[in-house]
Design a protein around this ligand. Structure first.
Ligand SMILES: CC(=O)SCCNC(=O)CCNC(=O)[C@H](O)C(C)(C)COP(=O)(O)OP(=O)(O)OC[C@H]1O[C@@H](n2cnc3c(N)ncnc32)[C@H](O)[C@@H]1OP(=O)(O)O
Ligand SMILES: O=C([O-])CC(=O)C(=O)O
Length: 390
């Protein structure tokens, strides 16, 4: 009698698997901390423009004044939406999810680059995507609303210009600051699903644009970046704070996953939430929208009364983006514009010390069997006569 094969241990969802080292960021669930190149993310969000954080993620150090000025000048020079990207975006139906449009636009930017396959210019490619994504995302919102494109403004920094292109008016300082903080907080988070996707694609020696395009696809899902949109759907579904408790009970009874709660790595709260929640509070005051915070608190409390599952970054950022005036389907594209910095830092790191990422699987299908009527003896055999040498 044949013995059943011993099954190897399966790490479903790669949970708990350490796949490689990285110098880019450190997520520490025990201390609820997140470091970008050694700096606590809260300190970066409180003090740095997003441009400086992009510089840090790519170069390993914060820029000095001259380096930041040079970096900003370069970013301003690369903001405009390329003509053929606009043409293709215009040809897409406005029923398409903006993430599908952004994924397509990133792919066109890649096809426009005659040196797409030259890895020695990966940093330039990363820069080009970082600089043009605000134009892609803001135009997508305007196009869906039936509004005209707003060209970039050379006198505004990254966050202020992003808001200008999105809404065609200058945002107040408190709004620019909250938006900048959200970009800093979303920029990087070690081997999350979309970053790992980018690293898998890079590991085959494919180009940076292919890796970023794949990462956009991975971010779209509601278990990852798409949760910031889904949080607002929850807010709308619940309707008013007084209904949050009963809604939560029913949703948990139905075994629904509550969007904006829980995390694969953090089990005692997401390191970024206090900073983003404080930014949300400032926006609530600015827009005089106390009901937004009441809903936030009611849902958080309703969960805490039932399960020890804490909000993740998408929980405060969803309502923050809604208050700023972004349409809900644009929220995950905003995440793309931030995370492209982290993705590309990881692509460059993966390429510098590459190993093809190719795990094993444990087969659980039917035992070997044969196609009816096939003459197995007539099939070619391995007739290789090459001798192996030591
Ligand atoms: C920026 C980001 O990408 S942050 C993540 C954004 N995603 C979301 O907000 C989606 C909602 N959250 C989730 O689905 C999950 O918490 C994930 C996918 C983020 C992490 O999930 P995992 O690490 O795989 O944990 P898992 O799903 O095994 O959850 C463990 C337990 O907590 C429960 N749980 C976890 N998150 C939630 C949630 N949001 N709502 C309800 N129950 C939850 C699970 O049902 C499970 O319970 P069980 O042990 O009784 O079966
Ligand atoms: O780390 C994760 O799994 C998801 C996350 O919070 C992020 O990508 O920002």
């Amino acid at each position: 009698m044949t013995q059943p094969e011993a099954q190897p241990e399966i790490k479903k969802g790669l949970a708990g698997v350490v796949a490689d080292t990285t110098e880019i960021s450190k997520v520490n669930p025990d201390t609820n901390s997140l470091l970008y190149r050694g700096y606590p993310v809260q300190e970066l969000a409180a003090t740095q423009p997003f441009e400086a954080v992009a510089y840090l993620l790519w170069h390993g150090e914060l820029p000095d004044e001259a380096q930041l000025a040079e970096f900003r000048a370069k970013e301003r020079g690369l903001r405009a939406l390329p003509d053929n990207v606009r043409t293709v975006m215009d040809a897409l139906p406005t029923t398409a999810h903006p993430m599908d449009v952004v994924r397509t636009a990133v792919s066109i930017v890649g096809a426009n680059d005659p040196d797409a396959d030259d890895a020695s210019t990966d940093l330039d490619k990363a820069f080009a995507l970082f600089a043009v994504l605000p134009a892609i995302v803001s135009y997508e919102q305007r196009r869906r609303r039936g509004e005209q494109l707003v060209p970039p403004r050379d006198d505004l920094d990254y966050a202020a210009n992003f808001l200008w292109m999105s809404f065609g008016e200058e945002a107040d300082e408190v709004v620019v600051d909250a938006f900048n903080q959200s970009m800093v907080l979303y920029a990087e988070h070690s081997f999350n699903a979309s970053t790992f996707t980018a690293r898998v694609v890079t590991s085959t020696l494919a180009d940076l644009y292919s890796a970023v395009t794949a990462a956009v696809g991975a971010l779209k899902g509601h278990l990852h970046g798409g949760a910031n949109e889904a949080v607002m759907e929850v807010f709308h579904e619940v309707g008013e704070p007084s209904k949050a408790d009963a809604w939560m009970q029913t949703a948990l009874d139905e075994k629904r996953k509550i969007m904006g709660f829980g995390h694969r790595v953090y089990k005692n709260g997401d390191s970024r939430v206090p900073t983003m929640r404080a930014a949300l509070e400032r926006l609530v005051e600015h827009y005089d929208s106390p009901e937004t915070l009441e809903m936030y608190t009611a849902l958080e409390q309703a969960m805490a009364d039932r399960k020890p599952i804490k909000p993740n970054l998408d929980f405060p950022s969803g309502p923050a983006y809604a208050l700023i005036g972004f349409d809900v389907p644009i929220f995950t594209p905003l995440f793309v514009a931030a995370r492209v910095t982290g993705w590309t830092a990881h692509i460059i790191e993966q390429r510098a010390n590459n190993a093809l990422i190719r795990p094993l699987s444990a087969y659980s299908g039917p035992d070997e069997r044969h196609v009816p009527g096939v003459d197995t003896a007539a099939l070619p055999e391995d007739t290789s006569t090459i001798e192996e040498t030591e």
